[in-house]
Design a protein around this ligand. Structure first.
Ligand code: CP
Length: 315
């Protein structure tokens, strides 16, 4: 079993229930991972994913090895048949198979490069590991998806929802740097799996996510209108998908402020973190009582623990 996309989940509601059960007693399965090793390979920085996944593995009694590929590993080649006479020192074929000798589960973080849409959306790095690793592979944020985050988001919404069919808004917000679409993509895919939620995406015109991801999701270009009566406001920047990887809008009018949150139904503010204060969201909102970003980050441990637990049971 691999965990690459939130769509690898058979029943989101059952998984959320299981994660909440783990949260009540996280050390219950401490012997499940005994003598098993999780290898965490990072091609990009992290705080939450790095620590929550390791914590989850430790709760299950696993050994954990972490490698920062950017400064510790050989530069990898991903193309089949490549003549490796320039930068890359090692092919993914050997690298993935070798890591599989030392680890029972491999978890990988490899962001979009944002220079080549086709290459990013082909998920070159994680696909290479999936093809050549001989052990299960877990996605800790790939070019296109961040399914550990969106599972944690689903757990958090289940805990904080106050009515049967809450309104959930995914809102773009400005950011000075080009960021991948992965978090937004996985949040959209998770929302498509929710049975009883009213979902709307809001962003400036031209900032549409991949139509293959959003499918028939409702899109509202007026952020204020989208926020009306919202129970959850999930905020994230992403760079332009059409003008791929570019920052074509930094309009501060899209920053989430207390005035905007006042349009909601006492809505909860969510963000995956890290977040740029007073660019994405005002201090007032982030520090306010309706901000649940820390609780969201806490749930990363239980989302990771559920994924590892499911895989360990199948080893
Ligand atoms: N939300 C999230 O994935 O955080 P990190 O990038 O710090 O891991």
């Amino acid at each position: 079993m691999n965990y690459i996309s939130i769509q690898d989940i058979d029943s989101l509601s059952k998984w959320v229930k299981s994660a909440l059960k783990i949260k009540k007693n996280p050390l219950k399965n401490q012997s499940l991972g005994k003598n098993k090793t999780l290898g965490m390979l990072f091609f990009n920085p992290s705080l939450r994913t790095r620590l929550s996944t390791q914590k989850a593995a430790m709760n299950l009694g696993m050994n954990v090895m972490v490698m920062n590929f950017t400064n510790e590993g050989w530069t990898l080649e991903f193309e089949d048949g490549a003549i490796m006479d320039s930068g890359a020192s090692e092919h993914i074929k050997e690298a993935a198979e070798v890591v599989s000798q030392y680890c029972d589960i491999i978890a990988i973080r490899a962001f979009a490069g944002l220079a080549d849409k086709e290459k990013d959306y082909a998920e070159t790095v994680i696909s290479g590991f999936l093809k050549h690793a001989t052990v299960p592979v877990v996605n800790m944020e790939s070019a296109v998806r961040h399914p550990m985050q969106s599972l944690a988001d689903a757990i958090t919404m289940e805990e904080y929802k106050t009515k049967h069919k809450p309104k959930v808004v995914l809102s773009w917000a400005p950011h000075p740097k080009a960021l991948p679409q992965a978090v937004a993509n996985s949040f959209v895919e998770m929302m498509q799996m929710q049975k009883d939620m009213d979902f709307v995406i809001t962003h400036p015109e031209g900032y549409e996510l991949s139509p293959e991801i959003t499918k028939d999701c409702k899109i509202e270009y007026d952020q204020n209108k989208a926020f009306e009566n919202a129970d959850f406001v999930y905020v994230k920047n992403w760079s332009n998908f059409n003008d791929y990887g570019k920052v074509t809008n930094t309009d501060p009018n899209w920053t989430v402020t207390a005035e905007k949150m006042a349009l909601t139904n006492n809505g909860k503010f969510m963000h995956c973190l890290p977040v740029r204060r007073n660019v994405i969201v005002s201090d007032e909102v982030l520090d306010g009582k309706n901000s649940i970003v820390i609780q969201q980050a806490n749930n990363r441990t239980y989302s990771a623990q559920l994924v590892l637990q499911k895989i360990l049971k199948k080893l």
